[in-house]
Design a protein around this ligand. Sequence first.
Ligand code: ARG
Length: 667
Amino acid sequence: MLKDLVFSNESYFDQILCHFRYLLTLFLLSGYHKNAHHSRMGEIGTIESPGFPNSHYPPNVYVEWQLRADPAHRIRLEFTVLHLEKDCNNDFIKIYDSLVPTEKQVICGYYTPNEQLIYLSSGNVMLVTLVTNREKNFPGFRATYSQVPVKSQECGGKLTGLNGTFTSPGFPSRYPPQIQCIWDIEVPAGKHVKVNFNKFSLHDPKQNSHHCTKDYLEINNNRMCGEKSTNTVHSSRTNQIMVKFYSDMSYVDQGFLAEFKAFEPNDPCPGKFQCDNDVCINPKLKCDGYDDCGDMSDEKNCVCEAFHVKCRNGFCKPKFWHCDGVNDCGDNTDEENCGHCKAGEVACRNGRCVPEYKKCDGHNDCGDGTDESESVVLSCSEYTYKCKNNMCISKQNPQCDGEQDCEDGSDEADCDCGTRPYISSRIVGGEESSEGEWPWQVSLHMKGQGHVCGASVISNLWLVTAAHCVQDTEKFMYSQPDQWEAYLGLHTQGKTSTLTVQKSVKQIISHPEYDPKTYDNDIALMELDSPVNFNQNIWPICLPAATHEFPAGQVVWITGWGATREGGSLASVLQKAEVRIINNTVCSQLMNDEVTPHMICAGVLAGEVDACQGDSGGPMSSVDPNSGRLFLAGVVSWGDGCGRKNRPGVYTRVTKYRSWIREGSGV
Ligand code: ARG
């Protein structure tokens, strides 16, 4: 909670520092240009980066465009081309909802022209600035501006009838800042009403999607923000529903597209389960151990099955989460009688138990700080994170989470990884990914054979793959670097674009203790023959520290061009699938005791979703819930068939190889 507050309010000092940097930037710039335009009714003007489209934008410039409209009009700015350096610290556009640099929207990177990128001002002015630095210049941007009248009522109001649609103002343009709308929806008496969101994107980088204090939508007193999957449904138990939309001064997003419908009260969620918060979900998700409703109501009053742990609070959780160190029940039932802590005790990360009342009493009772703070400086152990200066902290997964935890800042160094720069937005049972969604994914081709294995980009020179991909067979010399070609930034096999880079391999380092019988230590490093330039489809994934935790039950993503079913053929478009981490003890039981501590399992025990032949060597990517960055949790290694029931996929546990990777590659 406190964390969020600190995060959302830039301190005064930061602001001064920021302003100072801004002035310094201006001072160092070689070009400073100011433009002013007044938009006229019915006219469309164009602004573009210097040199566009004949040359890339120049280095070290500051250009600003002041856009004005007639009173009672908004400026509408539409980007038709946007192709800047990805790193917003280097080259960026800022859009201000005023004529002076105050509240702003920062954009950079690349956007695909089939998406709309339109901004609306709240008043009749807008300021657009472009800042570029010395290195790496890109084609630039072109945008059109025009003025649109502010209607007396642009949003909100009374909606009646049996059904209808409504959207955030300006949709699919980005909604303007500083706007509030209230829709009063009423369907004929006797019926109830539900609202279905076909699109919902109210993302603000300064807001956590659980505490919607900035832009939000409120429905039945539930606030929602962030990104929601299509077909998020809310219903009311009367014939009325009130929907409120609010946008603050800063960041804007595309908004939402909603549909309301009247329904007969005796069947509020036809064919679905109705949650207490009126969300309708697939009935199969009830009592599956996961909070699908968002308010846990689908997990209450469940009759637990044999494969469940019965929590005291009434929830049923999969047995394989028992004693995995994560409080899945919420009341700790699943972590009791694990040979350590009893009811009313707190489990410390170091395995000790301390009485609940000692939590936050100012005394480090656990000895590792778990009971007192998220980040206490401690003596080092396997439960602590080691900073570069050899000090240790107890916070879980502090690496690149946006907060400096180590005194020397080393937990936040080398964090240019694990983001998907340009998204402005084989696998069994998966779906096609979008271009640039997994920019660390590599396709390894064997000369004369095409795609054989996957790999992950960890720096501009090094890839991580599976050792079993680089072992010689009677027919092929897989261990020889000159037999391989690495395709980076590839989306569809056989279809390279300007963003695809093909590289030869200079060196392969297979783990010296790789055991081909057991697949233990199934990891290898590949060095490219020359450094690759990162682009929107090529970007490294973060390597987790040795002590990074990927708890059982956590969602992870697997990607690859492998077979889409057991015994099937390779996929041509990169596939992705969502699976969950499975506790090692349970996994080993399911897999004939063949899972070593160097492996990590993930899958869907019901079957149908898994990695398969051809996915090997590829990443199992895990989104860190604090920073949103992706970490390489595993490398696709082995399985029993593909997508079989109770046969999860087995992956190389990358945390076990953090220092080996550093020794081999320097990364
Ligand atoms: N060993 C396989 C390969 O070479 C990958 C197997 C992964 N299998 C699974 N069911 N998860 O591509």
